[in-house]
Design a protein around this ligand. Sequence first.
Ligand code: UDX
Length: 433
Amino acid sequence: MQLSVIGCGYLGAVHAAAMASLGHTVVGIDVDAAKVATLSSGKAPIYEPGLNEILQAGLDSGNLSFSTDYADAASAEVHFIGVGTPQRKDGAGADLTYVDAAIGDLLPHATAGSLVVGKSTVPVGTAERLAGVVRPAGLRLAWNPEFLREGFAVQDTVAPDRLVYGVGGDAADDDVATLDAVYASILERDTPRLVTDYATAELVKVAANSFLATKISFINAMAEIAEVTGADVTQLADAIGHDVRIGRKFLNAGVGFGGGCLPKDIRAFTARAEELGRGESVAFLKQVDEINLRRRQRLVDLVVDSFDGPVFGRRVAVLGLAFKPDSDDIRDSPALDVAVRLKGLGAEVVSYDPQAMETARRAHPQLTYADSLEEALTDAEAVAVVTEWKQFKELDPAATAELVARPVVFDGRNVLDPAAWRQAGWTYTGMGR
Ligand code: UDX
């Protein structure tokens, strides 16, 4: 099929390349000429395992192209909208400027009868409103939320655990058939596929992210209790996680969640629920957000308290900048926030991340970035592990002790073996452990 993908950021670039890998002919449209040039040369503008490979394969086969010109999307039968919906600068709600602009720019070029498919995460009610714009122009609209995780984005797109189609209006059956054709090879593997109305499809996405955020903040709340009782939240998570109704996933306590989705989605959901007069239904999400943000400060406090005097001028190695491993994304990153807060207190912070140095440097040029993990550790008076990259988890405590000035480690992701580090002479402090 001929497809277009409007917006070539995290979501769109992966979706475009993944759809080409399924055999479709895809054009990715983005207003950012530099991004289009990078993608056209076969390079992903983001670090995402496997993306470069499917991008290059798509370009080589002629199935995949990128353009800044909406006219190049004219012959597509399906137009996916994958632009960002960031948090508004003036509040907690979602900024829909890019979604509205994408649809507005697409309509004059799209062929009558083609299907516009929203993938962006939007406040419930948006699809219904957009249908009122798209249908009078002779096009159809469906909402098909995306559940991809950064670091697994390619895999999550070509082999999702479910597909959700939000449809409405007289052409709903046709819309379902069109989406089934797009995803035929995925559906052949018995992937669950749910057909809903627009509102449900929009809510599925924010409900899923709210649930995940709540799970993480729940275990971090338990970490706060563990800290005053001497209990170990990691063992607690293992023990409750054996109950299949609870499950062990997303019960890792630490400096909490960040990234381009969970934080802004729970805030936008809260704002939308308030608009709908149902603020109290999701009032708990404010606490989820608060618990999460407290954990960053908790780690900062632990580092500060480890010194007899002020932290000013003390050398602290902050290992990690990305909001999670296998990503160079620093949006709302707890790791970067810890580095910035410590720096703000006057500590001599030296940061290192295997992938996120460039993105972090652009956002925070005032921080000091080490060229290597070893350089970051050298002469450190405290070490804080804040992103669970493999190289940090596999650090040898004895060899690392040789590099630092003071063997004091803070395990902001609870991924180090406390016994091994203590045996090598370290003062080890985890989060709720
Ligand atoms: C998330 C959702 O998982 C995905 O389904 C949705 O489509 C987009 O948002 P992502 O932002 O890539 O994906 O990250 P995710 O793996 O969910 O992690 C989010 C944050 O939570 C990270 O900062 C991670 O470190 C943190 N986290 C995760 C924890 O602190 N503890 C956990 O147990 C799990």
